[in-house]
Design a binder for this molecule. Sequence first.
Ligand SMILES: Cc1cc2nc3c(=O)[nH]c(=O)nc-3n(C[C@H](O)[C@H](O)[C@H](O)COP(=O)(O)O)c2cc1C
Length: 158
Amino acid sequence: MKTLVVYYSYSGNTKYIAEQIAQCLNADIISLEPVIPYSSDYDTVVAQGQEEVGRNYMPELKPISLDIANYDRIIIGTPTWWYKMASPVLTFLSQNDFSNKNIALFMTNAGWPGTVIKDMKELCNNANIIGTKEFEVSSDISKITKDEIRAWTDSLKQ
Ligand SMILES: Cc1cc2nc3c(=O)[nH]c(=O)nc-3n(C[C@H](O)[C@H](O)[C@H](O)COP(=O)(O)O)c2cc1C
């Protein structure tokens, strides 16, 4: 089984977990990159993110360097932005067809997970959802242990 991990990460938390997942599953990994990069100023992005998710805005993404058709299992990760998935992940899920693929979804949040997983599932409606996971991240990402990540990836193997 060929596995791909796809994620977007603004400040690194989702990237950290995506990389651990890819290691556990011996998977390929790619990050989603908007054509117009977000500001490096966090507060600017917090405000912009609110505006974007409020109107379901889908920023254009840079082309990805591999063909998702070649993968039968895809793990997709997003940060939480104003109780929703981050805008670049909305673009990715809306523009690809995941019919008959095994899909696992994960997200990171700071304590207010909103409807991220439910919303992601709805955009993968013909997929076989093999697992979902909400990672609540404090200011210290290393509190998310490798064991916790591995427990989740192990559950995806059955
Ligand atoms: C635009 C924006 C909106 C956010 N909204 C939420 C939210 O609604 N709920 C929450 O728990 N955390 C929220 N956060 C915090 C992030 O979801 C959290 O820090 C996440 O782990 C960041 O992932 P990243 O480092 O991969 O970008 C928000 C952060 C940003 C930048």
